[in-house]
Design a protein around this ligand. Structure first.
Ligand SMILES: C[S@@+](CC[C@H](N)C(=O)[O-])C[C@H]1O[C@@H](n2cnc3c(N)ncnc32)[C@H](O)[C@@H]1O
Length: 311
């Protein structure tokens, strides 16, 4: 099978790029380059002096980014987490940018390639790391994590009702032999799940939860949101697509907190400049229409939120 067999259909392509763009001659960041769908459209709208820096953890995404660097001198790719955006940009001599785009989660090529170990449908090594050269694999995570922590992850990140039973099943299985394959994990979770949801594999929630933990997805999101306040120029835009309710809640709360500014006792007159308001939301949350969901099932849970840095 070729790498090109694992294609990625970009979600909310036009809406996200339009949401993020404010000055065609500016500097932009695509924090989740993937296969470059958003990046390519953004580049097509940038002026010759515009710049785009792409980030990804995944070595295969980086390969695609290197190809794009050859095609377009306005583009640069960085293999790093978007959580380290501020330091990585600083190393490139960039303090502030006009727009930051994040299309969270995993790409279709990652899910579809059994060897990456994200899929409960196909057997493969139990890995799930976006960067297979850093951090614990899902197999190592399942081997080392306490029963309580496994249950917490499954419950909080997977909203899994049977988190405790599933955590116990993992502990029991690993006492016999290490869990090293996706199919083994999927089967034991399936058996520990007494109530299968319609049209959903019984291990869906647990796999998603373990992936979120292994890649520190919520921790990375929290850090990049906090850094975006200083990174964005006045009128700079932050555009984030979430696929998980926890991520979307985090983004929504972050934007609301930036709009609100400091918590002050009511009734005290305070000049606007002291309120500490840093961003305003741009319009309502955007969800893909039926036509997009029909051609790309991955889009069905997507939510895009855009905010603008105040002057
Ligand atoms: C949904 S895909 C992005 C697809 C991309 N917008 C496109 O059109 O091709 C998410 C990508 O972000 C990467 N990613 C996820 N979390 C990341 C993080 N914290 N830092 C850097 N890259 C990350 C994944 O490796 C994956 O390639």
């Amino acid at each position: 099978m070729n790498l090109s067999d694992f294609a990625h259909t970009t979600v909310l392509l036009q809406e996200t790029v339009d949401g993020c763009l404010n000055d065609p001659a500016g500097i932009y960041v695509d924090g989740t380059f993937g296969r470059g769908g958003h990046s390519r459209l953004l580049l097509s709208k940038l002026a010759p002096e515009g710049r785009l820096i792409g980030f990804d953890k995944d070595p295969l995404a980086i390969n695609t980014g290197k190809e794009l660097e050859q095609e377009d001198s306005r583009f640069q790719i960085v293999q790093a987490s978007f959580a380290d955006m501020k330091a990585e940009l600083k190393a490139l001599g960039i303090d502030q940018v006009n727009g930051i785009l994040l299309d969270l989660g995993v790409s279709s090529p990652q899910l579809d390639d059994a060897e990456r170990g994200f899929s409960f449908m196909k057997d493969g090594p139990l890995d799930m790391r976006m960067n297979p050269d850093a951090g614990l694999s899902a197999a190592e995570w399942c081997a080392q994590t306490s029963e309580e922590e496994i249950a917490r992850v499954l419950k909080e990140y997977g909203e899994e009702r049977f988190a405790k039973r599933m955590a116990r099943a993992i502990i029991n299985a690993r006492a016999d032999a290490p869990i090293t394959r996706t199919r083994e994990l999927a089967e034991l979770i399936k058996e520990a799940n007494p109530a299968w949801e319609k049209h959903k594999h019984p291990a869906t929630r647990a796999f998603q939860a373990i992936r979120i933990a292994v890649n520190n997805e919520l921790g990375d999101l929290e850090k990049v949101l906090a850094e975006s306040v200083d990174l964005l120029l006045p009128h700079g835009r932050l555009a984030v697509i979430s696929f998980h309710s926890l991520e979307d809640r985090m983004v929504k709360r972050f934007i609301r907190a930036q709009e609100k500014g400091r918590e002050l006792p009511p009734g005290i007159p305070v000049p606007e400049s002291m309120l500490g308001r840093t961003m305003k939301k741009m319009g309502k949350a955007i969800m893909p229409g039926n036509d997009e969901v029909r051609i790309n099932a991955r889009a069905r849970s997507a939510v895009l939120r855009v905010a603008e840095r105040l002057a």
